[in-house]
Design a binder for this molecule. Structure first.
Ligand SMILES: Cc1ncc(C[n+]2csc(CCOP(=O)(O)OP(=O)(O)O)c2C)c(N)n1
Length: 409
C-alpha cells in the first residue's frame, strides 16, 4: 500500500460543539441585490446559481432590497408579524405545559416562524399542506382554532385524532392540512401523488411539502423528486435546513453542497432562501406557486435557518451543541427582523409590539383553560380503548373485529 492511493473515511463534524465559541464569519451571505429573479416559467438551466446563493430581501439593516422584494402591503406585513408572534407565544405556553406534565411531548419551532407563516401566506387555502411537526404557523395562517390545536396536543375528548397521535402531529382535513406523520419524509411522496392527481383532474390547487434537512437523507425524498420532475407535478418541495437533526449536524446529510443543489440533478428549479427573512420566504413561495399553477411543475426550495430550541421536549442540546449558538447565528431572529423592518418604515412601534404580545398571551391563556375543560392526559376523560379500531378501515377486517371483541370482554 502506498500513501498516494490511501483512501480515507471522512466523518463530517459539526462546526462547533459544547465548550466552543461559535463564530460563523466563515459563512458567505450574499446581499439581497445579488440574486436574479427569473421569470416564473424560466428553464431551470438558466437559474442554477439560485441553488448555491441565497435569496434575501431584508438586508443587514432590515430594509427591503433587490429583485425579490414581494412589495407586500403594510397590512400583510403586520399580519405576518402577528402570526409569527402568535406561534412563538403558543409554543412557549405549550412547552411549559409539557414541563408541568400536562402534555406527553412537545416540539417548538423557535427561530423558524417565518417559514411556515411566509409560505402559508403565499399559498391559497385550497392548496394542500404536507407539513412536518415544525410548521405550526401554517395552521395559524389558516385560522385553525387555538382550542382545537390544544385539544389535539392534550389527546382529550375534543381531540379530532381521538388521542392517537403524538402532540404536534396535527391533522385538519377541513383546512387542507394533511395528517403529520411520525415516520419522517413520507409527506414528500404523498404531496407529489396528491399534486399529480390534482393536475390529472384539471384542478388548479397545488401541494406543498416540507421535510427537515436530516430527513432529506430518506429515500422517499428522491422517489418524490423523480416523480415530481417526470410528471411535472404542481408541488413545492421544501427542505428546512435548521442546521441540526437532533444531535446530527446538517453536513451529515448535505454531502458538502447546498441542499437546494440536489434539485438540479432532477432538472428542477432549485432555490436557496434565507428562512429567517419573511419577505424572501414569501417571495420565493409566491414565485414557485405561480410556476406550479401555470403548468411549470415543481420547485425545490431550501429554507436556510437555525433551530433555536431543543429538538423536542425530550432533548437536551447542551449535550451536543455550543451554548448560545443561536445568538451567534448570522441570519438573526425572524420575528425581530420583521419588527425592525416595520418600525424603520414607521409602521410599527415597540409599544404596539408589547400590546400585541400581551393580547396574544391573554388569548392563549383563555384558550388553554377552555381546552383543559375537555380533559387532560393526566385526568381524562380518555377515548374508550375500543375506539382505536374506528376510522381506519371502511369495513373492519375480521382479525381486527376479533381483537375488538376481546378488548370488550
Ligand atoms: C423514518 C424515521 N427515522 C428516524 C426518526 C427519528 N427522528 C425523529 S425526528 C428526527 C430528526 C429529524 O431532523 P430533521 O429532519 O433535520 O428535522 P428537524 O427536527 O430538525 O426539524 C429523527 C431522526 C423518525 N421519526 N422517522
Amino acid at each position: 500500500m502506498t500513501d498516494q492511493y490511501q483512501s480515507k473515511l471522512v466523518i463530517p463534524e459539526a462546526p462547533f460543539r459544547p465548550g466552543d465559541k461559535p463564530d460563523y464569519s466563515f459563512m458567505s451571505l450574499p446581499s439581497p441585490n445579488e440574486s436574479i429573479k427569473p421569470d416564473c416559467m424560466a428553464d431551470p438551466a438558466e437559474m442554477k446559481d439560485l441553488a448555491y446563493g441565497m435569496v434575501r430581501v431584508l438586508d443587514d439593516d432590515q430594509h427591503a432590497q433587490g429583485a425579490w422584494d414581494p412589495q407586500l402591503s403594510i397590512e400583510k406585513l403586520q399580519a405576518a408579524l402577528e402570526y409569527m408572534v402568535k406561534t412563538r407565544i403558543y409554543d412557549d405556553r405549550m412547552f411549559r405545559m409539557q414541563r408541568q406534565g400536562k402534555l406527553s411531548f412537545y416540539i417548538k419551532c423557535l427561530g423558524e416562524e417565518a417559514i411556515a407563516v411566509g409560505q402559508a401566506m403565499a399559498l391559497q387555502f385550497g392548496d394542500m399542506l404536507f407539513s412536518t411537526y415544525r410548521q405550526q404557523g401554517l395552521l395559524f395562517v389558516r385560522d385553525r382554532g387555538l382550542v382545537d390545536m390544544m385539544c389535539s396536543c392534550l389527546s382529550n375528548s375534543k381531540d379530532n385524532q381521538k388521542g392517537r397521535q403524538l402532540p404536534t402531529l396535527y391533522s385538519w382535513k377541513e383546512g387542507n392540512y394533511f395528517s403529520v406523520s411520525g415516520n419522517l419524509a413520507t409527506q414528500f411522496s404523498q404531496a407529489v401523488g396528491w399534486a399529480m392527481a390534482s393536475a390529472y383532474k384539471g384542478e388548479d390547487h397545488i401541494a406543498s411539502a416540507w421535510v427537515g434537512e436530516g430527513s432529506s437523507a430518506e429515500a422517499d425524498v428522491y422517489h418524490a423528486l423523480l416523480f415530481s420532475a417526470a410528471y411535472r407535478a404542481p408541488v413545492l418541495l421544501n427542505v428546512v435546513n435548521n442546521q441540526w437533526a437532533i444531535s446530527t449536524p446538517q453536513n451529515m446529510a448535505s454531502g458538502g453542497t447546498t441542499f437546494a443543489a440536489r434539485g438540479l440533478g432532477f432538472n428542477l428549479p432549485s432555490i436557496r432562501v434565507d428562512g429567517n427573512d419573511l419577505l424572501a420566504v414569501y417571495a420565493v413561495t409566491e414565485w414557485a406557486a405561480k410556476r406550479a399553477r401555470s403548468g411549470g411543475g415543481p420547485t425545490f426550495i431550501e429554507l436556510f435557518t437555525y433551530r433555536a430550541e431543543a429538538h423536542s421536549s425530550s432533548d437536551d442540546p447542551n449535550a451536543y451543541r455550543a451554548k448560545d449558538e443561536w445568538q451567534s447565528w448570522p441570519l438573526g431572529d425572524p420575528v425581530e427582523r420583521l419588527k425592525i423592518h416595520l418600525i424603520e418604515r414607521q409602521q410599527w412601534s415597540e409599544e404596539q409590539q408589547e400590546e400585541l404580545e400581551a393580547n396574544l398571551t391573554k388569548k392563549i391563556s383563555q384558550a388553554w383553560k377552555e381546552a383543559e375543560s375537555f380533559g387532560t392526559l393526566e385526568d381524562g376523560p380518555h377515548w374508550p380503548l375500543e375506539s382505536m379500531f374506528d376510522d381506519v378501515f371502511k369495513d373492519i377486517p375480521p382479525h381486527l373485529r376479533r381483537q375488538r371483541r376481546k378488548l370488550e370482554m
